[in-house]
Write a protein that binds this ligand. Structure first.
Ligand SMILES: Cc1ncc(COP(=O)(O)O)c(C=O)c1O
Length: 367
């Protein structure tokens, strides 16, 4: 956090707008729209809330199926379950680690043959890299199934020059503490459809009818963002470009030092876009490298440095064990071999050198 966030937060505090609405919420929504090139946005308490309300907008309910990338964080699939619907998982492709358009096509063709299409397809922009939207939108368009973009990790990324979050019927962003910019916790719903965004705002504010008293004709949610956190978000938006640039430098530092080593490869960067480099992720082939990703993780942990395995795919999660999955081996392999290296933007060059030194020392000496 920097001086801009502090000044804006104090401004919100001093103005006494200590509520889940207020001038900073309105300004954050406006400024966010400018950043992602979308006309309308609603600031919410989390990215999960944004996904939940997006699916509610698309009338997802009990008995429905929703197609979801299997390689993601649980929140993507949880939102489907909140509405009593069933997630159907699609494996990743090797080129982007995102939803494989070919498998999506197979699944939709099968759904069409059996006469029941899914209510939506939720596509995740994993680790800050956009999925292949031209192909995904073409497939979904053929079957008339709406696309939802889970851009929780991808603020600042682009696909063919267009910002993440500008594909599909609506998109969800997260400002959780670990994201590229943060409000400690928070999310944003964005869409080109003004009526959708207005309805999300209404549902997120306990679905309060326009009356002087408290009157409700529908079930609502307490999902709005606080004015204090929106002030922090406005300050964070101002440093988004610098953040992405620093994250890119961190990725390239690791890549320069480690990519020549046998058995180490990096998350592939597809030619169609520019990620936000949120986390630098590597794959470790234990036979060729001589150590496993867990050896590296534990060696770093011994030095009090945190690194993490990649997301465990949803089709391998105990809670989703009964859900359908198409493919699954690619994300399983990426999970087995994958590690998120420390990627904090405040790390110094000497921190980075220390980390790669530890990674290199995990290899047996004879190599
Ligand atoms: C892909 C993905 N979707 C959804 C979420 C949920 O966002 P939040 O933590 O703001 O609810 C996250 C991150 O937390 C995420 O990484």
């Amino acid at each position: 956090m920097g001086p801009a966030e502090r000044d804006l937060l104090l401004d919100a505090f001093d103005s006494n707008w200590i509520a889940p609405h207020g001038p900073h919420v309105d300004a954050f929504e406006r400024e966010f729209c400018e950043t992602v090139g979308m006309p309308y946005a609603a600031a919410l308490s989390s990215g999960t809330a944004a996904l939940h309300l997006t699916l509610l907008m698309l009338n997802v309910g009990p008995g429905d199926e929703v197609i979801v990338s299997t390689f993601t964080f649980a929140a993507t699939a949880n939102a489907v379950e909140y509405l009593g619907a069933a997630p159907v998982f699609i494996d990743s492709d090797r080129e982007t680690w995102n939803m494989a358009p070919g498998l999506l096509e197979e699944e939709l063709a099968m759904c069409s043959r059996r006469g029941k299409l899914p209510k939506a397809v939720v596509v995740v922009d994993l680790y800050g890299q956009c999925a292949d939207y031209d192909r995904i939108l073409a497939v979904c368009g053929r079957y008339g199934v709406p696309v939802v973009e889970d851009a929780a990790e991808a603020l600042g990324a682009t696909y063919k020059g267009k910002p993440a979050g500008s594909f599909g019927a609506a998109a969800a962003f997260s400002f959780n503490g670990n994201k590229i910019i943060t409000t400690s916790g928070g999310g944003m719903f964005v869409s080109e459809d003004r009526s959708l965004v207005e309805r999300v705002r209404y549902l997120a504010t306990q679905a309060r009818d326009p009356a002087p008293h408290y009157q409700h004709s529908e079930i609502g949610y307490n999902y709005r963002m606080s004015n204090l956190l929106a002030a922090v978000g406005r300050g964070q938006l101002r440093i988004l470009r610098d953040r992405v640039s620093r994250k890119r430098d961190i990725f390239h530092f690791y890549e320069h030092v480690l990519s020549g080593l046998p058995g180490i490869s990096f998350m592939p960067i597809a030619e169609f876009g520019e990620p936000n480099y949120w986390l630098t992720c590597i794959l470790v082939d234990p036979v060729r490298f001589g150590a496993t990703r867990e050896d590296i993780r534990l060696a770093l942990e011994k030095e009090n440095i945190e690194s993490r395995p990649l997301w465990k795919p949803m089709h391998l999660q105990p809670v989703f064990k009964d859900c359908k999955v198409r493919g699954g081996d690619i994300s399983r392999e990426i999970f087995d071999k994958g590690l998120c290296l420390p990627s904090g933007s405040s790390m110094t060059e000497s921190d980075l050198k220390r980390i790669v030194g530890i990674v290199l020392r995990t290899r047996p000496r004879s190599r």
